[in-house]
Write a protein that binds this ligand. Structure first.
Ligand code: BGC
Length: 889
């Protein structure tokens, strides 16, 4: 028997070396082993400040001892209080189902947060020569000029070679930090967006290797970012949402060979000056004059006479929080597929994929040559960039060449949503001179899906790229125009799909803190988080994300802490609804009341949407209270649920099972949220199928119905209809957009139509993930890989093949990797299944008669826990299985 391994160690959901400031960080690991029926019976965790101790099996900080337990997804650190500014290394060993210990895991580490004391510093514009460089005041709207990005530096000395050096850093704005001329890490757009009036995220970096005895220099380039740059599309208030300039706050904690700790922090000894970045904004772009570079500025040596004292401000008391999410990074480079030179000297470059990031360009041009980089998601019928849909987001970078034989430029303080770029200025340009650098929050990948239909595979790819494009620090609606905001409904409908593609546990944990911060005094969640002045309190389905997302994290990752953390806020919201709508009809305070946003061809009653979501919230709150052991609240919410379901049925369901408005989304919500009584379900489903047929086997659903439509159809015996919608190529459908060049998910079904061309540019993003929420059904329905219990402790494997010949999915759950793939031949279906240790799976294969393995009834096979005599269900323990069932002729 091979040993049971603990793998994929995480601290507070984070891989790598996270900085955490919770006193009892939650440790998690996944399990891996060969063979069937494998499971963890006990674990032992060791924590030390010296990795060598772990190698010697010494837990000098904490030794949990051998703990009889199968838990491995939420194990809290149980040792003595952690020291601020420390680094802790840990390893774990698990015992298998026979109590046999496996090998110690590959160690992992975390850092602890610090108690900050350094003040904030910024460039003091009073020293500026009066006007921003006119050459770079650009942007057709000529709105407020983009101030140059200042360089800040501090020289300091270090005695000897330090034992360790950790930099704790954050900014109000964006900071790129260097030590002795080298970037301290590969994090981008640091520290990301949050409501800086409510919390200030920071992260920690090990810079020991960059320090040297004697003179050292710490330097940072600062830009506006979300703090003082343009956010959203409010012409009345272009930018400066949180402040009028960017600020830096950092502390370098150096531990000398003698153990002495020295802190070099931001203070009045820093100096600042302007460099090559002559303007930078997330929406508008960056301008860079290479002639103004200051070689070696962030290393000891240059005179720096023109550097001026910085502004110094004490901290304003906003909580400093160790960042709970992964950093944004450049995660991939895409080559240019095509570079066409136009008659007027411009170059149009095609990367073949709508993506989010920026260009890296190789320039060979005379000194002073102005190179303009303009970005767009599509070309218009004339072959020109389609940029109208960017609205006021200029998405244009400008580079002025220094005239060196070869120069490379890549903006650092902006990000664009694009597939195409127009490059003007360089006399010559080829596909090898430019790449697209893809940026997003660097979450571990979690899953993949493939099947025998290339259209469906393209759809999956568009969904994946849609996700990648809208997780740059937070979940956004779109990445290209002057919006890019954390819209709550978009996130809640798409989150189940997102979680099957990337490990979103830390990412959403981070953002949910913003969602709670944006909750109003009255208790209602906002439409977007972080909140921006132009948006309001949340509409039905938007505000409800405040309840739905914590539940999803619990369901997906078995995370009970997130439920505990958000219980009060969620309860406040439900109390708000009851207080403002005492008759349990959500008529009041529906705010922008968007309904089934961007549906096609039919409108769903907004009352129905509100009633369905309120009843859904009550159900989740009853379950959440149960998980948290809040018996009274659980009973109260269960009772509220009952009454809200009665109200829904009374107002929105007739005796024939028809919902108000008779729309697809109406049925999807009613059936998907379990609001229809058993005796009416069949007729209700029949009305839904009739509606789909009435629309020529096309969907009509908008943001709210699209995620539920196919699962509801498939789970009510109409998988054939769901597959018909999935592979539909007529308008509206995913296939229609794909056949017209979509490489991401469009905001609207009619983003581009043969009849009208592009939809109104007022709102026509070609990279909005909401309508891609069908992705979860591809994995859970088509491939058949779904969780039946929180944290994937139990699986339900029930593929819906439809007309496909094969499909496969893989998902790295918190418990280990699940693989599920099936092939259909003329008379049978063959399933290959891998179930991680400690997990059981109920397999429901389509077909008739018993399930077989290796030609024998699977009922008696090793690892099979139960088998329905009619073959309709087979329950197996962990392991790998190849199962077959006969398909009816
Ligand atoms: C956003 C959406 C959002 C919607 C609400 C749009 O502008 O792009 O994603 O859900 O507004 O109406």
């Amino acid at each position: 028997m091979t040993p049971l391994h603990a793998v994929d160690l995480r601290c507070e959901h984070l891989a790598g070396v996270p900085c955490v400031d919770t006193p009892a960080p939650r440790l998690r690991w996944a399990l891996r082993a060969e063979g069937r029926g494998r499971a963890q019976s006990a674990y032992r965790v060791l924590v030390s400040t010296d990795p060598a101790d772990l190698a010697a099996e010494r837990g000098t900080v904490w030794d949990s001892g051998t703990v009889p337990s199968a838990d491995h997804i939420e194990v809290p650190y149980g040792g003595p209080p952690l020291t601020p500014g420390g680094t802790y290394h840990w390893t774990v060993r698990v015992h298998d189902e026979y109590g046999i210990p496996g090998p110690w895991s590959t160690p992992a580490s975390w850092r602890t947060g610090i108690t900050w004391s350094a003040p904030w510093i910024a460039h003091d514009r009073r020293h500026d020569p009066g006007v921003v460089d006119p050459a770079f005041r650009y942007g057709p709207t000529n709105r407020r000029g983009m101030p140059p990005a200042p360089l800040l530096r501090r020289e300091f000395a270090v005695d000897g070679r330090p034992r360790s050096a950790t930099l704790y850093v954050t900014a109000r704005g964006l900071a790129v930090v260097e030590l002795n001329g080298a970037a301290v890490d590969d994090a981008e757009l640091v520290p990301g967006w949050t409501d800086y009036t409510k919390r200030q995220p920071y992260h920690a970096v090990d810079v020991t290797a960059l320090l040297k005895p004697g003179a050292n220099v710490l330097g940072a380039t600062l830009a506006d970012g979300w703090f003082s740059g343009f956010v959203g599309s409010d012409p009345r208030r272009p930018g400066n949402l949180y402040g009028r300039r960017p600020w830096l706050r950092c502390e370098l904690h150096v531990v000398g060979a003698d153990g002495e700790r020295t802190v070099i922090g931001t203070d009045e000894r820093w100096r600042s000056a302007y460099g090559p970045v002559r303007g930078a904004d997330l929406l508008r772009g960056e301008s860079y004059d290479a002639r103004l570079e200051r070689p070696g500025w962030s290393a000891p040596g240059p005179a720096c006479e023109d550097w001026r004292p910085v502004l110094v401000e004490p901290h304003d008391g906003v909580p400093m929080v160790a960042d709970r999410g992964e950093p944004v990074r450049v995660v991939e480079e895409l080559p240019a597929l095509r570079c066409e030179r136009l008659a007027d000297g411009r170059h149009i470059v095609d990367f073949g994929q709508n993506l989010v990031g920026r260009l890296r360009l190789r320039v060979r041009a005379a000194e002073g040559t102005v190179v303009r980089l303009r970005h767009a998601e599509a070309l218009d019928t004339g072959g020109e960039l389609y940029r109208e849909n960017l609205r006021t987001a200029d998405a244009e970078d400008v580079y002025v060449a220094a005239g060196r034989p070869e120069e490379t430029y890549e903006p650092r303080f902006t990000v664009h949503g694009f597939r195409y770029a127009e490059i003007t200025g360089p006399p010559e340009l080829s596909t090898t001179d430019v790449v697209a650098r893809v940026l997003h929050t660097d979450m571990p990948s979690a899953g993949r899906f493939r099947c025998s239909d290339e259209l469906v595979n393209r759809l999956w790819s568009n969904i994946v790229w849609g996700l990648r494009g809208n997780v740059v620090g937070l979940p956004t609606d779109c990445p290209q125009r002057d919006e890019r905001m954390g819209w709550l409904a978009d996130a809640q409908v798409f989150a189940p799909t997102a979680a099957l593609i990337m490990d979103t546990s830390a990412f959403f944990t981070r953002w949910l803190a913003d969602v709670a911060d944006a909750q109003s005094e009255e208790g209602v969640y906002a439409d977007v988080a972080p909140k921006v002045p132009t948006t309001r309190d949340g509409a039905p389905a938007w505000a409800d994300a405040g309840v739905i997302l914590p539940w999803l994290l619990y369901r997906t990752y078995g995370d009970t802490a997130i439920l505990r953390e958000h219980w009060t806020a969620m309860h406040r919201y439900l109390t708000f609804l009851r207080r403002t709508n005492p008759d349990l009809r959500w008529r009041h305070r529906r705010h922008n009341d968007y309904g089934d946003w961007l549906s096609a061809g039919e409108e769903t009653s907004r009352e129905l949407v509100a009633a369905a979501y309120w009843a859904h919230d009550a159900r989740l709150m009853a379950e959440i209270a149960g998980v948290l052991g809040l018996a009274e609240e659980a009973a109260d919410y269960a009772e509220l649920r009952t009454r809200l379901v009665e109200a829904f049925r009374a107002d929105h369901l007739d005796a024939e099972g028809k919902v108000t408005g008779d729309t697809q989304t109406g049925y999807a919500l009613a059936l998907g949220m379990d609001l229809v009584p058993g005796h009416l379900r069949e007729r209700c489903v029949a009305h839904l199928v009739a509606n789909v047929e009435r629309h020529g086997w096309h969907l009509t659903t908008g943001f709210l119905g699209v995620a539920l439509l196919c699962p509801v159809l498939a789970d009510t015996g109409h998988a054939d209809v769901a597959h018909r919608l999935l592979t539909q190529r007529g308008y509206p459908s995913w296939g229609y957009t794909i056949d017209r060049g979509a490489t991401t998910i469009w905001e609207r079904w009619n983003g581009w139509t043969d009849e009208d061309g592009f939809a109104s540019a007022r709102m026509n993003s070609l990279n909005h993930y909401s309508l891609g929420s069908v992705g979860a059904w591809l994995v859970e329905g088509v491939a058949g890989l779904a969780a039946a219990e929180p944290g994937y402790a139990r699986l339900r494997i029930a593929p819906r093949p439809g007309p496909l010949r094969w499909a496969e999915a893989e998902y790295r759950s918190v418990r280990g990797t699940v693989r599920c793939g099936w092939q259909r031949t003329d008379d049978r279906i063959r399933l290959a299944l891998t179930v991680p240790p400690g997990v059981t799976a109920t397999v429901c294969l389509p077909g008739t008669g018993a399930v077989f393995e290796d030609g024998r009834p699977a009922g008696g096979a090793d690892g099979v826990l139960a088998a329905e005599p009619d073959g309709s269900a087979l329950t197996v323990s962990s392991g790998t299985y190849v199962l077959e069932r006969v398909l009816p002729g």
